[in-house]
Design a protein around this ligand. Structure first.
Ligand SMILES: [Zn+2]
Ligand SMILES: [Zn+2]
Length: 250
């Protein structure tokens, strides 16, 4: 049976240098539950190293934690990639690490990058700067995500900085993107009105949370059979009654 549920599919952890250190796996899982989110995605910059810990922190809970990553393309556009399994995300992470531009994290300038376990203990602090660009151009990036069974979503297209619309001026029609995301600056009705040329794409609000306060701030309502990657994929393809719930409908 289908029902409506609330999800936030773009959340950073303390691994992203720009996120606060409060964004630990256990706290994120707890806050997501307290805000009645049934599905979240962990999407750190160019890394999935805090996904497993967040999934373990939410184990036995009502929150489904999707494995994801916010990948910076060669055009310096952010793409939220969501994967059916942790292994698929880790396979993509290996490619992203191989194609990430070299650079060391300057903690004073960018912030700490912390890999934590499900008890919020520090496991590692990667030296390389994660928030830089890769050499993956948009078409190749999306193809590599799809080759791993994943979904590729153009992040925060209503923002100038690090969005495809901001960098290129448009969404490349042949890139094969699965959906477009709008930031908390724009509600879904306004997003649809602002981008009529992209009416064929599903449009997803997301918080892009970098702090605990922001988790679930700009959620997406989905009609699904259950909170899962497979159901989300069906929703983005509008299959068998699944879909993104339009404002004021349903
Ligand atoms: Zn971004
Ligand atoms: Zn982000």
């Amino acid at each position: 049976m289908l029902r409506e549920m609330t999800a936030d599919l773009h959340i950073h952890t303390c691994l992203s240098p720009c996120a606060t250190l409060d964004m630990t796996p256990r706290r994120i899982a707890r806050i997501a539950r307290s805000r009645n989110l049934e599905m979240i995605a962990i999407t750190d910059h160019n890394s999935a190293e805090n996904v497993a810990a967040t999934q373990r922190a939410a184990a036995g809970d009502t929150v489904c934690v999707l494995a994801g990553m916010e990948i910076t393309s060669a055009e310096e556009a952010h793409i939220v990639a969501l994967f059916p399994t942790l292994e698929a995300a880790e396979s993509m992470q290996a490619l992203v690490y191989a194609r990430l531009l070299p650079g060391e994290n300057d903690e004073e300038l960018f912030g700490l990058q912390v890999v934590a376990n499900e008890f919020d203990e520090v496991e590692d602090q990667p030296r390389r700067l994660l928030s830089t660009a890769t050499t993956l151009e948009i078409g190749e990036l999306v193809a590599e995500v799809h080759a791993r069974g994943g979904l590729a979503i153009a992040a925060h297209i209503d923002r100038q900085g690090f969005s495809l619309v901001g960098q290129l001026g448009f969404i490349p029609p042949d890139a094969g993107l699965d959906a477009l995301e709008i930031s908390p600056r724009t509600d879904l009705t306004a997003g649809r009105a602002r981008f009529p040329e992209y009416a064929d794409y599903p449009m997803l609000p997301a918080s892009d949370a970098h702090d605990l306060d922001e988790i679930g701030l700009h959620p997406v309502r989905l009609r699904l059979g259950a909170p899962s990657f497979e159901e989300l994929q069906m929703a983005l393809r509008a299959r068998e009654g699944r879909g993104v719930v339009a404002p004021g409908v349903g």
